[in-house]
Design a protein around this ligand. Structure first.
Ligand code: FUB
Length: 343
């Protein structure tokens, strides 16, 4: 439900109908990247704040400054806020807009991956490390070489290789990198998008180096195909990629899930390897209150869970969101049961 249609919502009624409640209510949180480390759930969300910057198509109103890690014993247990894990003022290359992060672990070191705008107004992706899953995280002095756009999601495959999926159109600037170099904004944030009858812009994927601090290869396109094996078109905005990449593996198949942005769905596509192509397979989550939809999918004690967010606690304010969790079910044929966030 986009912000312009919230005027008539009875939020008390909506919250009664919600399939889940905010995991924390003392701060606003969004874009939950959840992982299980040592048998405990750790969530790496954006930390939403009121910036008083007006809504625009660039997402300027998402002016977040730091990250807090949230942890839980179980998906229905108490969520603990471990405080500030990384602040933009401690990241030498980053000026503002600490958007959706992700984290991973390798050999006892925890890696926090995060997008932020540099001092030229260009989104880059940085990495910070800690010996603890809750930080504090020490950032690398520079952003990842040749990184761009937003929403990093790091996937560890069973063979121990790590891949980063990333990208987001509109305010996430992916369209401005279409030719390989950064294009000026031109006629506005929607400039440089493909025409409706051209293939949609794709998320990117790159394997990471062994120390997880750099791309080991030039990022490749994450192509999503339709039922005929053709790439989804840019005008197919109920199915095409917008932002919020995530990867999970189930029964040997690779599930690439993502947000459709302006149509507010979390959808998924299935492939046979981490690079794809991925065949569009359907919707996971129907629209939530608030413009954005962003999620992660993680297995805990043999049950899969969808972490997501909505703006119900802030009564529909787009940039003040709250993280939530609900169970996710794979059907026997490999498809995922659709989730309706309000019954
Ligand atoms: O939280 C800021 C941005 O909003 C994220 O990077 C996007 O995925 C969207 O949720």
């Amino acid at each position: 439900m986009p912000e312009d249609s919230i005027d008539h919502i009875d939020f008390d009624e909506l919250n009664r109908k919600a399939i889940s409640q905010p995991l924390v209510t003392h701060i606003y949180t969004a874009d939950p990247s959840a992982h299980v480390f040592g048998g405990r759930i750790y969530i790496y969300p954006s930390h939403d704040i009121e910036s008083n910057i007006p809504f625009d198509d660039l997402g300027s109103h998402f002016a977040m400054e730091d990250y807090h890690v949230i942890s839980m014993d179980t998906p229905d247990g108490k969520a603990i806020d471990h405080g500030c894990a990384l602040h933009v003022k401690d990241v030498p290359w980053a000026e503002k807009q600490m958007w959706a992060p992700d984290a991973t672990e390798k050999d006892g070191i925890y890696y926090l991956f995060f997008p932020a705008k540099d001092y030229q107004g260009v989104f880059r992706i940085g990495v910070a490390t800690s010996k603890s899953p809750v930080g504090p995280f020490i950032p690398q002095p520079e952003a990842i070489k040749n990184s761009f756009s937003i929403d990093p999601a790091v996937f560890r495959d069973d063979n121990g290789k790590y891949y980063m999926y990333f990208g987001g159109i509109w305010g996430g600037q992916l369209q401005r990198w279409r030719t390989g170099t950064f294009k000026a904004e031109g006629e506005g944030p929607l400039a440089h998008l493909p025409n409706d009858d051209e293939p949609a812009l794709c998320a990117k994927v790159a394997r990471l180096t062994d120390n997880l601090l750099e791309f080991a290869e030039t990022p490749k396109y994450v192509v999503i195909t339709d039922e005929n094996g053709e790439p989804l078109l840019a005008g197919d905005n109920e199915r095409r990629f917008f932002e919020a990449s995530w990867m999970h593996k189930h029964n040997g198949k690779y599930y690439f899930s993502y947000s459709t942005g302006d149509t507010h769905f979390i959808c998924y596509a299935i492939g046979d390897n981490p690079y794809g192509p991925f065949r569009y397979a359907g919707r996971i989550l129907h629209p939530v209150v608030g413009w954005t939809s962003h999620h992660s999918i993680v297995k805990f004690n043999d049950t899969w869970y969808l972490f997501y967010h909505d703006s119900s606690l802030s009564k529909g304010i787009t940039h003040l969101r709250s993280i939530k969790v609900t169970a996710l079910h794979h059907n026997d044929d490999g498809t995922i049961r659709e989730i309706f966030p309000y019954q």
